[in-house]
Design a protein around this ligand. Structure first.
Ligand code: FES
Length: 103
């Protein structure tokens, strides 16, 4: 089965003393679990996969989320923003929103 969209959420957790921050310390695991449930609820019948990812190398900008095949990046920090992201990007198809990271 081919997925219409793949959403990758960085869950990398570095040692807290590491020089770079990491998304796993910014609640990204809880946000991904919430996103999986909400995508099922808000996008019934769509083949959208929400996967965990390791470091996506945009650590300072995270929690990092990237959507394929669009190749668009988002910073998503709260459950409210997860719902906005699903509505604006996955349902309405907007590739650039106020949650977008700088290109
Ligand atoms: S730790 Fe998330 S992008 Fe690097």
């Amino acid at each position: 089965m081919h997925f219409e969209k793949h959403v990758f959420v960085c869950e990398n957790k570095r040692d807290p003393s590491a020089p770079r921050p990491s998304c796993g310390h910014k609640n990204s695991t809880q946000l991904r679990n919430f996103m999986k449930d909400k995508v099922k609820e808000m996008c019934p019948g769509r083949s959208i996969r929400v996967n965990m990812a390791g470091c996506l190398d945009r650590c300072e900008e995270g929690p990092s989320v990237v959507v394929y095949p669009d190749g668009k990046w988002f910073k998503i920090e709260t459950e409210e923003q997860v719902v906005e992201f699903i509505r604006e990007t996955l349902i309405e198809g907007k590739t650039s929103t106020h949650l977008s990271m700088k290109e």
